[in-house]
Write a protein that binds this ligand. Structure first.
Ligand SMILES: Cc1ncc(COP(=O)(O)O)c(C=O)c1O
Length: 495
């Protein structure tokens, strides 16, 4: 049985952390109730951990006297309270490499990072390039262009697969998804879409409408018309009722029912503009072999476009520069964001096939900062860093090792129902019972806070999936340390 390292012994809580005798005598945190309560109010089984859970309350009480806590209180006073956001865990004072550090001096390995931190926080080459760009040319008004904007467009056209080569930039992923939806409508003369339940494509009305999570769609009145949804691929929890073989699909039984359903809906509807999807789901769930080839073919049969949203997973995170490269399928439109700005600048991009350049008399992406030279320079330098430092290969290697170790852990801990992922998009799905697969939501929430206490930050997805998405610069040692923390926290749940 493994035990938690106490605060003052933990290398990730150096002496700056107030190691008072009272603290070192504390029992493991958060404490485990005698009988697990039902799913706590405010929990969101389709998205991340809730900031309303009892474990969050315990955490907040525990850090309430920390230096800088008044910032968390100020945040809660002035910001709208919203799920997954405000109230906050802590106020961050520093972000460097894979680390974030709060105002009390606690350092966390950031295995969440909103997937913006591929190259690590504050990469010196990126910081220098951005500072230089600010000095040389901070902005270009619309109707003018600049060297960084053109260089970034050329770079994206050069590295994206197939004939993807025409771009538009925006400041956030939700806007880029909107541009992709508008382009699909304009290019096909149709307005319907097919997308997946449980997906997320952004917080704007376009993303909400094609997304499939109640947290974002709920209580908002009418969304975009014509946005059909189908059940997603999820081999461990197949919505079509097929049994998995240790997390993998039984293709002889299911015959890719999930992909065939997309074909079925496309053929019934006949006039769908586009299918939009995350090629690897952020849960994370990886598609069964042949899924995307089948869907690509089904789109071509009815003249629907295929849009891949690689906003969190593109740019090397899965071990290839683009997720679609794993599946040998080229979408008609690819959407990137998050890490594109190197964790410093907000920038997103839509890259499409040249024959879709049909809207010269309209405006698809009329965003004030569409060609901001500082954002463009940040994105260009970020891509160069990913290439020059071999970060996609590192993601494949370190992620592959981690998945191997997690599979071994699964053999030892019945709480782990499934391990899934690709590169550094890794999920550990916790279940109360391997037969029923009942989601172990309470255990996942406890493990999250114990890990935070030990210096590891990650988020949970669907309530019971520990979702580990470290930056691409993560080393073997850091990954080992993170998995040690996860293993100790899981072991502590065992009866
Ligand atoms: C798959 C996916 N699409 C779209 C978005 C929206 O991006 P943004 O938050 O930059 O608007 C996100 C953000 O989490 C995402 O994960």
């Amino acid at each position: 049985m493994l035990f938690f390292v106490r605060f003052f012994e933990c290398p990730y809580f150096p002496l700056r952390y107030p190691a008072t005798p009272t603290m070192s005598a504390r029992p493991p945190f958060p404490s485990r109730p005698a009988a697990a309560p039902p799913r706590h109010p405010g929990s969101h089984p389709d998205e991340g951990d809730s900031n309303l859970s009892p474990h969050r309350r315990q955490w907040t009480e525990r850090v309430a006297r920390d230096p800088g806590h008044e910032m968390v209180e100020g945040d809660a006073e002035f910001f709208f309270h919203q799920s997954l956001s405000t109230p906050c865990l802590a106020a961050i004072a520093k972000a460097e490499g894979i680390w974030i550090e709060d105002t009390a001096g606690r350092r966390y390995m950031d295995f969440h990072g909103n997937n913006v931190h591929h190259i690590g926080y504050g990469h010196p080459r990126l910081v220098a390039a951005v500072k230089k760009q600010i000095d040389e040319l901070p902005y270009t008004p619309r109707r003018f262009t600049s060297e960084p904007a053109v260089a970034l467009a050329r770079k994206l056209a050069g590295i994206t697969p197939g004939r993807l080569s025409k771009v538009l930039f925006a400041t956030g992923g939700s806007d880029a998804v909107d541009m992709a939806l508008k382009l699909a409508r304009a290019a096909t003369g149709r307005f319907k879409t097919v997308s997946f339940w449980d997906s997320f494509h952004g917080a704007g009305f376009g993303g909400m409408s094609v997304g499939g999570e109640s947290l974002f769609r709920g209580d908002m009145g009418p969304l975009l018309p014509g946005t059909e949804h189908v059940a997603p691929f999820a081999c461990y929890r197949c919505p079509y009722g097929y049994k998995d073989i240790d997390g993998r699909p039984d293709l002889d039984a299911c015959h890719l029912a999930c992909a065939e359903m997309v074909r079925y809906v496309l053929q019934k509807e006949k006039d769908v503009a586009a299918v939009i999807a995350e090629p690897v789901r952020a849960v994370p769930y990886v598609p069964p072999p042949g899924f995307w080839q089948t869907v690509r073919q089904a789109c071509d049969e009815v003249g629907a476009l295929l849009i891949f949203d690689e906003i969190p997973t593109g740019l090397g995170k899965t071990g290839r520069m683009f997720v679609c490269e794993h599946f040998d399928v080229v979408p008609d439109i690819l959407v990137l964001g998050k890490a594109l700005g190197g964790g410093v600048m907000p920038i997103s991009a839509m890259i499409a096939k040249p024959e879709l350049d049909v809207t010269a008399e309209r405006a698809l992406g009329h965003y004030t900062h569409e060609k901001n030279p500082v954002s463009a320079q940040a994105a260009l330098t970020t891509i160069e860093i990913i290439e020059d430092e071999g970060l996609a290969d590192n993601a494949a290697r370190v992620g592959g090792r981690a998945l191997g170790r997690l599979q071994e852990m699964k053999a030892s801990y019945p709480l782990i129902g499934n391990v899934c992922g690709l590169g550094l998009v890794i999920g550990v799905e916790l279940v109360e019972d391997r037969e029923t697969k009942a989601p172990a939501v309470q255990a996942a929430d406890r493990i999250l806070y114990r890990a935070l206490e030990q210096g590891l930050s990650f988020k949970t997805t669907m309530g019971n999936v520990l979702t580990l998405t470290p930056p691409l610069i993560v080393t073997d040692d850091q990954m080992d340390r993170a998995l040690d923390i996860v293993e100790v926290a899981i072991a502590d749940e065992e009866p």
